[in-house]
Structures are given as C-alpha cells and as structure tokens.
Design a protein around this ligand. Structure first.
Ligand code: GLU
Length: 486
C-alpha cells in the first residue's frame, strides 16, 4: 500500500514554525517512501479562517519547497460527508442524540466541581426510550449527536512513542455533530482522512488526547486504521511552549530576515529528529537520504534562533555563488545595490563578490551589508553606493590614537602605491614592514586599514580585500581615512 500523508493546517493565522516542522516531516516521509503528500486546509471554523491565511500557508510551503500532490482539500467543502458519516454511526447505534442544553450541562459541570468530582457526561440521553426520542425530534427539539464510547482500552502503536493507551473510563461520550449540524474537529478529521485514504497521521503531540477518540470513530465507521506519529512540542529557550513571546514564530518572518529555505528546513528537521551522531548540516537531498522514523525523538525540541542563524551561515557559505545569487538578489535589491532585473545579478563580478564575503555571513542581510563595500563600479541600473564610514567607527578606530593611526595609514598607503605587483605576496611584506618601522603589532595597521577599506570591523583578510577592491579604489579609500584621522 502506498504511503499517503497529509498536512492539515487551520487557516487562522500565519504559517507557524511548528506547522512547518510538521509539514516537513510529512513531506520527507512521503518522498522517502515514494508516497503522496497531501494538503488539507481545515477551514471549518468560518469565523476565524481567512483566505489571507490560506495564502500564507501556500506561500510558506512553496518557499520551503514542500510541494504537495493532488488538489488541495478544503475541509469546509466536505460538510455533507461529515454529516453523512455521523448519521451512519447514529443509524448503526454507535452514536445517539443528546438533547441536554448547554445551560443544563454547565449546571451539572458546576455541581461536579463543587463536590470536586471530575465531570463526565452521564449518558442520560442514551437512556431515553426510542419513542421519547422520536417525539422530541418531531417537536423540533435541538440535539447534538454524541458518540457512545465503548468499554475497554484504546491503544495504538505510535511511531514516535510506541504504545499509548487510554482507558475508556477517561473518555466521555463526545459530541461529533453540533446542534447546527456542523461536525466537531475529530469527526471532520476522521471523515476526511478516510476519504483521502491517509495511511499515516503524523502531527504534534498536542493531538495525542484526540487520537483515541479518532481511533474509535474509525472503528465505528468500519475503516482501516492509519498509523499515528506524534511529534514533540517545540519550546523556547526557557523551556516553555514556543509563542510570540519568544520572538518571530511565522515562517515568513524568517524568510524576510534573510534565512535561506534550505537552512530553515535543516533547522526545522532537527526539532524532533536526529540523523544520529553529531551530524547537523544537511542539504535537502541529504536530509531525504538520512530521514527515517528511527531518528524521531520524544522529548520537546528547543527553538534557538541563534542556532538557526548559525545554520543559515553554514548553508550560505556552502552554496556556490551561482545558486546563492538568485536567493540573495531580492535582499540586494531591497538594500538598493541594484534594481530588479539588472543583468549584474547573474554576472561573474557579482558571483565573485558573493564568494568573497559569504563565509562571514549568517543571513542574506549580512551578505548584502558585507558585500556593499565591493560595489565599486556602476551596474546596469545603479551607481555604486556612497562609501560612508559610521561616525562611531571613525571615533573608535581612526580618531582614538589619531596621530599614530594617521602616520600608519599614510605610510602603508605609500608603501602600497610603490608596488608594481598588486598581489597579496607583494603587499603583505610591505605593510608589515611599516608596522615594524613604527614598532607596533601588525594588527595596529590592519584594523584601521579594514575600517578605511570596508567601513566595517568584519571583512575577509586585509590583503584579499585590497586585491578585491583593486589599486585605485584601495588607495583612494586609504587616503580618505587618513584624512579623517585627526
Ligand atoms: N487542523 C489541525 C491543527 O491545525 C490538524 C490536526 C491533525 O493533523 O489532525 O492542529
């Protein structure tokens, strides 16, 4: 039997990182087993579901590359089948009509609470005589349909947790159809999962308590059970369930912060799964190769944004410039380094700049920021950005020891200008000799040079920077910086 799994988000907000993790695990499972990954939008809560949120789910999955098979299923469109399935259970005697009003139930709940008893529906409507039920129905008395939980224990062999059991005494006869004819979550999900021929239901731990109810519904409907897997919850660094308090929780936030989709996937896949050993950085292909249910973990996963940034840096530096460029271009356009559609975006010059700085970057924004000083010529669409050193950097690095710094920069510039070869091999001894002459450590010359050339304290090696910028630009910037050291 071919594997069919689904991701079933409710479109009531953005695509949450926890949802994306669940989608990724399902997608990997389907792709790994040559099966189908289906998408079902659970839009039965009309008041809270929005088209905008549905679009955010599509956009998020598309960005992550989690492509789904077959048409999207909209749960709300299956109301007729949900009702028919509930009726079928009613007709077969697996469910019954309950006429107790919400007020009456609330009253009884309060009474139970007052005597410190756990409240559970007492099945009084299940004991109504058949003609009494008929009379009430004929009189138009509103009713819900409740599932009659059979005695015994419901167990399943969870892919993550192994055996999980719930005794029936802990499950009340739950409602499957409301008095307005709409299904309760468990009813709609089971009806849809059966109709979609889902073989593996894989979702967050927060659904464990729904699973025994769903299993009972499968049985009452005479359907074959899927296998279940419940993934651990995702916590913030403080050990509490991940929420907005911990920072961004929408996938789109990370997209806009310059995180690469493969880095996001790599980070998410480690939230509840491990390939074993200390292997962490994986491409999508490697993830697919390594993914197996054996590595699924039970304990809560920790969402650490520092780790996500680190992971992003790892992916950024591993990507060849030609692959990195299309992902980076929107950020460069946003930073005003060239306009969208500029042929520069696919030029060897651009690739050279990307390769030059990528190893020092954690995000695409870092990439644009660190690449900026090397935009020294006009692209098809933009003049080079103005080269400006922040006042704080001027104060801290050029003006602190102004006289010495000025002398060092001036002498280093003269030494460099005198070179016939603009190569690291020629430049390095020349600049080191300047430091020696002044009796200072080489770093004392390198750091103001770095500020002078890149307007930043972070850059590749200083001689590589000089090589990348070329003689004219380098000399001009060094002289300008020396002038600032007063
Ligand atoms: N709509 C449910 C949720 O968002 C789906 C749960 C399930 O996968 O069965 O949690």
């Amino acid at each position: 039997m071919s594997v069919r799994v689904r991701f079933a988000p409710s479109p009531t907000g953005y695509l949450h990182v926890g949802g994306a993790r669940t989608a990724l695990f399902n997608w990997l499972y389907a792709r790994k087993h040559g099966g189908q990954f289906l998408l079902r939008i659970e839009d039965t809560d009309k008041a809270r579901s929005t088209d905008e949120s549905t679009r955010a789910i599509f956009d998020g999955l598309n960005w992550l590359g989690l492509n789904w098979d077959e048409e999207v299923v909209y749960q709300g469109a299956n109301l007729g089948r949900h009702q028919a399935d509930a009726r079928r259970m009613l007709d077969a005697g697996a469910a019954y009509r309950c006429f107790c009003t919400p007020d009456e139930l609330e009253q009884r709940r309060k009474l139970a609470a007052a005597s410190k008893d756990a409240f559970k529906y007492d099945r009084r409507c299940d004991r109504l005589a058949a003609d009494e039920v008929q009379q009430r129905v004929a009189a138009g008395t509103p009713f819900v349909i409740r599932f009659r939980v059979p005695e015994g224990v419901t167990s399943w062999d969870d892919i993550v947790h192994e055996t999980i059991s719930f005794p029936s005494k802990d499950i009340e006869d739950f409602v499957i159809l409301r008095s307005d004819g709409t299904p309760i979550y468990n009813m709609a999900v089971v009806s849809d999962d059966i109709a979609m021929r889902i073989t593996h239901v894989m979702r967050g731990d927060d659904h464990i308590s729904n699973t025994p109810k769903q299993i009972l519904l499968y049985r009452a409907l005479g359907a074959e059970l899927p296998r279940f897997a419940h993934f651990p919850m995702i916590h913030g660094l403080d050990g509490k369930k991940l929420s907005k308090r911990h920072g961004a929780t929408a996938v789109s936030d990370y997209q806009h912060l310059g995180i690469l989709p493969q880095a996001m996937n790599n980070f998410l896949v480690l939230l509840g799964w491990s390939p074993g050993g200390d292997r962490e950085v994986m491409s999508m292909d490697e993830m697919l190769q390594l993914f197996s249910e054996k590595g699924l973990l039970k304990k809560a996963a920790v969402f650490d944004t520092k780790k996500l940034e680190w992971m992003n840096g790892q992916h950024l530096s591993r990507l060849p410039a030609a692959e990195l460029a299309p992902l980076a271009v929107p950020t460069f356009v946003q930073e005003g380094l060239f306009k969208s559609g500029d042929p520069f975006a696919t030029s060897p010059e651009f690739y050279k700049i990307l390769d030059f700085v990528k190893e020092r970057c954690r995000t695409l924004s870092d990439l644009a920021r660190l690449a900026k000083p090397y935009f020294t010529t006009t692209t098809t669409t933009m003049a080079p950005p103005p080269f400006v050193i922040d006042q704080a950097l001027i104060d801290a690095h050029l003006r602190k020891d102004a006289a010495v710094t000025k002398a060092l920069l001036t002498d280093a510039t003269s030494a460099l200008e005198a070179l016939t070869d603009w190569t690291a091999e020629a430049m390095e001894p020349a600049v080191r000799a300047v430091a020696e002459r002044h009796g200072v450590a080489a770093g004392k010359v390198f750091q103001p040079m770095r500020i002078a050339l890149t307007a930043s304290t972070v850059s590749p090696g200083i001689f590589e920077v000089l090589g990348q910028l070329g003689r004219d630009v380098s000399v001009k910037r060094l002289k300008e910086a020396a002038a600032l050291a007063t």
